[in-house]
Design a protein around this ligand. Structure first.
Ligand SMILES: NC(=O)c1ccc[n+]([C@@H]2O[C@H](COP(=O)([O-])OP(=O)(O)OC[C@H]3O[C@@H](n4cnc5c(N)ncnc54)[C@H](O)[C@@H]3O)[C@@H](O)[C@H]2O)c1
Length: 368
């Protein structure tokens, strides 16, 4: 087949996984011209049939090995629990397919290196689905950084602090063996990726980190709604909070926080603060109470759903702080179009990238 004829053929994709990730990949491929999802694999029989019908996918399999046995796939999407990322990706690469693998790339560095080696040996593309870096707000911020509007970025903080959203106890997410870790590997990788991307992928020269498992082992802070994850029958084996302090080769500092569960005490703080002389209306105060990590949001914060936030930060006490994504997008978009810097960008070099939220306030109050 000539190169021209090859270019006219649709890219033929196989997707492994039927959960949120698998569904998102499948739906997204359908929107890309010149791409055809020809096969799908996953263990949930009903969901497999449902997706096959909804997305008109002709070949359906329970096991990923049967999908990969096809000889007509150009690309494989890996949307399975983390312990299967390396085996599926390596098998696909060795079979000459390109691979789009969900984050985290792997459970550890050795697995990730084996995947990269397989891609290099096969001359195929291995890409990690770090979708958050593709967001409009992050892309706009990146253009600000590239244009020098923030000057040298020498300090950044990246976080995804879910206040009440541990994926179901005993699911693969809370298994050390199947997931490789907790919120750090699940959410923290997104925040870290965004920060490193915005900082120009600097080399990290030192890391000091801590992890805690305060709520999970006690069965608290579990996300119950919509949790149909593969069960292991084991308990809670991973951290529920991770923090890290990193230095880069070019002298910058990067802080990282990732949590599935931190205490929500907003109502009580406000009530007690008023009783003790007044509520100052601070946007946010971080406390540690009773040995448990607690993050308390003032009136400017909010309980409830995941709220990805990105913003260049003014850094001044009582300043505007970070902004919600939708506002940030609008404002960043506006200032971008107008060719002006974000208000507060005179405080150069400070970057804050993160997400905070998740879990209903109702349950957050209940865990107290
Ligand atoms: N990039 C993002 O924003 C994002 C969002 C959600 C999840 N993820 C990642 O995607 C991956 C999957 O997450 P999820 O929430 O969709 O998980 P999930 O548990 O809902 O789905 C996992 C799927 O893998 C399938 N599977 C397991 N073993 C299999 C086998 N042997 N053969 C074929 N299929 C098999 C299961 O049947 C299931 O359909 C994880 O690595 C997660 O970190 C990324």
């Amino acid at each position: 087949m000539s190169e021209n004829e090859q270019a006219e053929q649709p890219l033929r994709v196989g997707v492994v996984g039927l959960g949120f990730a698998g569904t998102t990949h499948t739906r997204s491929y359908q929107q890309v011209p010149g791409v055809e999802v020809v096969g799908l694999a996953g263990l949930e029989e009903e969901r497999l049939a449902e997706m096959g019908e909804e997305y008109r996918i002709p070949h359906l399999y329970a096991q990923w090995e049967d999908l990969l046995a096809r000889d007509d796939l150009d690309v494989v999407s890996v949307c399975t629990p983390n312990f299967l990322h390396a085996p599926i990706a390596i098998a696909a690469l060795q079979g000459g397919r390109h691979v789009l693998c969900e984050k985290p790339l792997a459970r550890n560095a050795a697995e990730a290196q084996a995947m990269v080696d397989a891609a290099t040996a096969a001359g195929r593309v291995l890409h990690t689905a770090f979708n958050h870096r593709e967001r409009g707000d992050v892309q706009t911020l990146k253009s600000f950084v590239d244009e020098g509007l923030l000057g040298r970025v020498y300090y950044a903080k990246a976080y995804w602090m879910r206040r009440n959203g541990i994926p179901g106890l005993g699911s693969w997410f809370t298994s050390k063996e199947l997931a490789g870790g907790g919120p750090l590997i699940d959410l923290g990788v997104h925040a870290l990726d965004q920060a490193l991307y915005l900082m120009g992928e600097p080399e990290i020269t030192s890391v000091s980190a801590t992890t805690y498992a305060e709520f999970g082992p006690r069965g608290r802070g579990m996300r119950t709604v919509g949790n149909k994850k593969m069960q292991t029958g084991n308990g809670y084996e991973v951290e529920d909070l991770a923090t890290a302090y990193m230095r880069t080769a070019d002298g910058a500092t990067l802080l990282l926080e990732a949590s599935w569960m931190v205490q929500e005490l907003r109502r009580r703080l406000r009530r007690d603060a008023v009783r003790h002389g007044g509520w100052r209306g601070d946007r946010r105060a971080a406390l540690r109470l009773g040995g448990h990590p607690a993050r308390v949001h003032g009136p400017g914060g909010r309980a409830g759903r995941d709220a990805p936030r990105v913003g260049a930060r003014s850094g001044s006490p009582g300043g505007r702080g970070e902004v919600r994504r939708s506002r940030a997008e609008r404002r960043l978009g506006r200032t971008h179009r107008a060719g002006r810097a974000e208000p507060g960008a005179h405080r150069r070099g400070l970057l804050r990238v993160g997400t905070r939220g998740a879990g209903g306030g109702r349950h957050a109050r209940r865990v107290r």
